[in-house]
Design a protein around this ligand. Sequence first.
Ligand SMILES: Cc1ncc(COP(=O)(O)O)c(C=O)c1O
Length: 388
Amino acid sequence: MERIYLDHNATTPLSPAVIDRMTTALAREWGNPSSVHHFGQQAKASIDEARSAVAALISAEPTEVVFTSGGTESDNLAIRGAADAQAIAGRRHLIASGIEHEAVLTTLKALARRGWDVTLLPVDETGIVDPERLREALTDRTALVSVMHANNEIGTVQPVAQLARLAHDRGALFHTDAVQTAGKISVDVQALGVDLLSISAHKFSGPKGIGAIWIRRGLRLVPQLTGGKHERNRRAGTENVPGIIGMGVAAHEALTTMEAEGQRLSALRDRLENAVLAAVPGTIVNGARELRVPNTTNISFDRVEAESLLIALDLEGFAVSTGSACSSGTLEPSHVLKAMGFPAHRTQNSIRFSLGKVNTDEHVTKLVATLPTVVDKLRSLTRTPARA
Ligand SMILES: Cc1ncc(COP(=O)(O)O)c(C=O)c1O
């Protein structure tokens, strides 16, 4: 059976160029980049090259890019590092949207337990933060605002530039989690006007366990890993050389193919979405349909439990997801759809389809041909009447 992968927001397959380059790196660039001799300097030169490629992806200066172990660590460093630095000035209030990734939400919960005030902003039914709500929440004690660039479950893109301006007006820093946008749409740190930005390689055909945080030049952040003077004293620990090299190749590829791939994927996604809405009664799209990354659609199926549909589709060879990968396997309703104000039957019945490089027209045709029968079969097993 051909297996069709439609879960690229969870992770992406490595691009062949990344595999090739990392294979060489594992064999040859094993030196410690901190070593002064040839072996170390060879590894360091490759890291510098990768840093430039990652910086180019987000229109930043290479010296402002710090490599981390991924999106989760970048989010932690941004929030904890900025919070610790700002606390000295008496700023002990943090703001984020209610639809952030767990990497942000759980970090905020941990800080709240240590005495920080935390405000979670609501979103409207399209999944967008209203800038007015941020204006109301900001105080002179606000240290940092963290609002994601695009949401992992529904793909909606937030008005980050506008939100960052509001935060700055009150003297607060602004962080954005751009894990779901880097490599998919243009991410320009200057145009966004943020202070801190997180990205992760495995979301754009790079390896797992490697990511980066962009830190605006001159910004003081308290390091969260203490040790050696790596990454200009901002993140201690011998660098993950092959991971960094792989991330650099993936960043370069993503930048050069982004425009054409974005157009191809949004056409494919729209075809998938429209065909599912037409062929399966009781379906509805979650989130703003215009302000979205090009590869994502999130659809609720009335009278079908998402986990059952996910498993039934897997048996047919289609890999999809119920909301975020991290909460899959539990029957918890999506916190994102809950924050959008949807009732249980919509928050527990949603499936995320996220497309990527490997997907073709034929994949969408096959999915659309299979889905109505699978949904019909599941519905015939439940007694719940259709909602009017
Ligand atoms: C929006 C968002 N932020 C952060 C992360 C965490 O990134 P990583 O898997 O690299 O730790 C993810 C991954 O699912 C994500 O989608």
